[in-house]
Design a protein around this ligand. Structure first.
Ligand code: NAP
Ligand code: ZN
Ligand code: ZN
Length: 360
């Protein structure tokens, strides 16, 4: 029996049981378990998950680095798959459609941010794909599982020309870098630096280049230089080398910091030109001390950015499809998740692990 047949055979009414991979405690290895998915509501789409990317946020969250976790934790918010069933009021999707789900599965839809399509900044807080309290009071569980039920307003279309495996990381790593690149105007004639060449970083390089900007990679070492240039950067420097900070002082209009650990932000602010902005998308739990003089002397800005809204996520998927942009992935079976997490923690990822969910 295929996964499609299995999930469809559970069709409403009634909850369904999903095979999943998750952790029962902050220090526990991930292991197979079963979870319940809600009954298909009138506006819901049930998706057979084919692929799910491994984001560093999955690790921060599951390990309790960001705060209390409602265990069991089933992470995963870079989901692609095929629609298996739809509720009776769903208008945008039908069984067989190629779809994706990113980091959010709901929001209030009424606040000014939701109304302008920035649900990620919902003033009541968006509902995360995992670890959030859903509208029915249950805890959401993510894409390390064989199927998921999501309101159609939070389901994306994956264009036919994008393979589902390389498209999965676009749902978080793609949109998280696309959104600030657009907001701060990556374009021809603009110099963009990307700090950290991991999952987000490698997407930032591809996307900034596709937008026409000149791209520099700032990595801990020169180990991945060949890859960085192939991904679209025109220069590549090691942050372990003090000369980098002298040589590149005042060079960049925009710096996207994707690093998952605290950095000495003041050193990087010095690399911005007048009016330049350093945008932090990396989300380490520790505070980043920011010296003010590099900011005020050249009217520089230090900002943050979280994922992107649903409309912009669709725009990003269409942009990637038109230009043939997917993630560079290493496809793994579910049994390889724990080892993949260890490798992500060692900065040994080229450049996104993606789970083949048929192996769950
Ligand atoms: P990742 O694949 O592990 O990449 C992070 C990269 O940062 C590493 O590959 C490494 O690059 C560099 N790095 C790691 N530790 C470092 C250290 N101690 N010092 C200096 N550089 C270091 O992680 P990711 O999935 O891209 O996620 C990156 C961060 O973004 C995470 O904190 C994640 O939670 C966050 N995130 C935020 C959002 C948002 O909405 N803002 C969305 C998704 C993820 P090099 O080897 O090239 O130095
Ligand atoms: Zn993520
Ligand atoms: Zn809202």
């Amino acid at each position: 029996m295929t996964t499609t047949e299995m999930t469809t055979s559970f069709a409403s009414p009634g909850k369904t049981t999903a095979r999943a991979y998750g952790a029962q405690a902050a220090d526990a290895a991930l292991a197979p378990l079963r979870i319940e998915r809600r009954e298909l509501g009138p506006k819901d789409v049930r998706i057979d998950i084919r692929f799910c990317g491994i984001c560093h946020s999955d690790i921060h969250f599951t390990r309790g680095e960001w705060g209390q976790v409602p265990y069991p934790a089933i992470p995963g918010h870079e989901i692609t798959g095929i629609v298996a069933a739809v509720g009776n009021q769903v208008t945008g999707f039908q069984p067989g459609d190629r779809v994706g789900v990113g980091c959010m599965v709901n929001s209030c839809r009424e606040c000014e941010n939701c109304r302008r399509g920035e649900e990620q900044y919902c003033l009541s807080g968006n509902t995360g794909t995992y670890g959030s309290t859903d509208r029915d009071g249950t805890i959401t569980h993510g894409g390390y599982s064989d199927h998921i039920v999501v309101d159609e307003d939070f389901v994306l279309r994956v264009p036919d020309s994008l393979a589902l495996d390389v498209a999965a990381p676009l749902l978080c790593a793609g949109i998280t870098t696309y959104s600030p690149l657009r907001h701060w105007g990556a374009a021809p004639g603009r110099h963009v630096a990307v700090v950290g060449l991991g999952g987000l970083g490698h997407m930032a390089v591809k996307l900034a280049r596709a937008m026409g900007a000149e791209v520099t990679i700032l990595s801990q070492t020169l180990r991945k230089k060949d890859d960085g240039l192939r991904l679209g950067a025109t220069s590549y420097h090691a942050t372990s080398d003090d000369a980098t900070f002298e040589q590149l002082a005042g060079s960049f209009d925009l710096i996207i910091n994707t690093v998952s650990a605290p950095l000495e932000i003041g050193r990087f602010l010095g690399l911005l030109s007048t009016d330049g902005a350093l945008v932090n998308v990396g989300a380490p739990p520790e505070p980043l001390p920011v010296p003010v003089f590099p900011l005020l002397l050249q009217r520089r800005a230090f900002a943050g950015s979280a994922i992107g809204g649903i409309r912009e996520t669709q725009e990003m998927l269409d942009f990637c499809a038109e230009r043939g942009i997917g993630a560079d992935i290493e496809l793994i079976p579910a049994s390889g998740i724990n080892e993949a997490w260890e490798r992500v923690l060692r900065s040994d990822v080229r450049y996104r692990f993606v789970i083949d969910n048929s192996t769950l």
